[in-house]
Design a protein around this ligand. Structure first.
Ligand code: TMP
Length: 217
């Protein structure tokens, strides 16, 4: 590349959905498939993705369910996100790397807005204040019945269970929240049925992403 050529900005792909829908596995599989066709990828997650944001993560995912007021949770998730965006996501995208992120702002709308019942306009306004028009290029929302999804979470990191321990109606509201987000933004969001086997879901996700890749190339 000559010094006058600038590398094309990377694409920002986010994975969303409730607990146990298989996001983390699918993020890794999509990254491998994209790397195999020559696309540089960086895998990251929220809350997390920088040292400071990982420190905040521990405050959020461990300990008693009632540990935080919902508004404090909203602010902590966004404090972690501001760090993550400035220090990890934007620099990678600017360098032409695709960023595959396990959760982003839709999780805040679904969990703190729909799940905890914070005013969704207030959540959206805060996101606008902090991130302006910055949005993922593609959001894959993995959807699974709450009972089936929670049954899958048993084998996960045993200390990060604060959200899993929230009640069934909370998780039902989160699931409906994600579906509402998908309905409101069909150009960005695709709902993926996560009930199939891992390979089937992986194929579907790769197809959706390749279609998107074709649109932008
Ligand atoms: P993970 O288990 O998918 O890694 O995510 C950690 C937990 O944090 C998960 O239970 C969902 C929750 N969460 C929110 O409540 N709001 C947010 O904005 C984000 C990013 C995650």
């Amino acid at each position: 590349m000559t010094k006058h050529e600038t590398k094309k900005r990377g694409q920002f792909v986010t994975f969303e959905g409730g607990e146990g829908t298989g996001k983390s596995t699918q993020v890794k599989r999509l990254a491998s498939s994209l790397e195999a066709i020559g696309t540089d990828c960086h895998i990251t997650r929220e809350p997390g993705g920088t040292q400071g944001a990982e420190d905040i993560r521990r405050l959020l995912v461990e300990g008693a369910v009632e540990r935080w007021d919902p508004a404090s949770e909203l602010l902590l998730h966004n404090a972690a996100r501001v760090e993550h965006l400035a220090k990890t996501v934007r620099p990678a995208l600017d360098a032409g790397v695709w960023v595959l992120c396990d959760r982003f702002t839709d999780s805040t709308m679904a969990y703190q807005g729909h799940g905890h019942g914070l005013d969704t306009t207030m959540v959206a306004n805060l996101h606008w204040l902090l991130y302006g028009s910055f949005k993922p290029d593609l959001t894959l929302i993995l959807d699974l019945k709450v009972n089936d999804a929670l049954a899958r979470t048993q084998s996960r990191n045993a200390s990060e269970t604060r959200y899993e321990r929230m009640n069934q109606s909370f998780h039902d509201r989160v699931r409906l929240g994600f579906l509402e987000i998908a309905k409101a933004e069909p150009a960005r969001c695709v709902v993926v049925d996560a009930s199939g086997d891992i390979e089937e879901v992986e194929r579907r996700i790769f197809e959706i992403t390749r279609e998107k890749l074709n649109q932008i190339q």
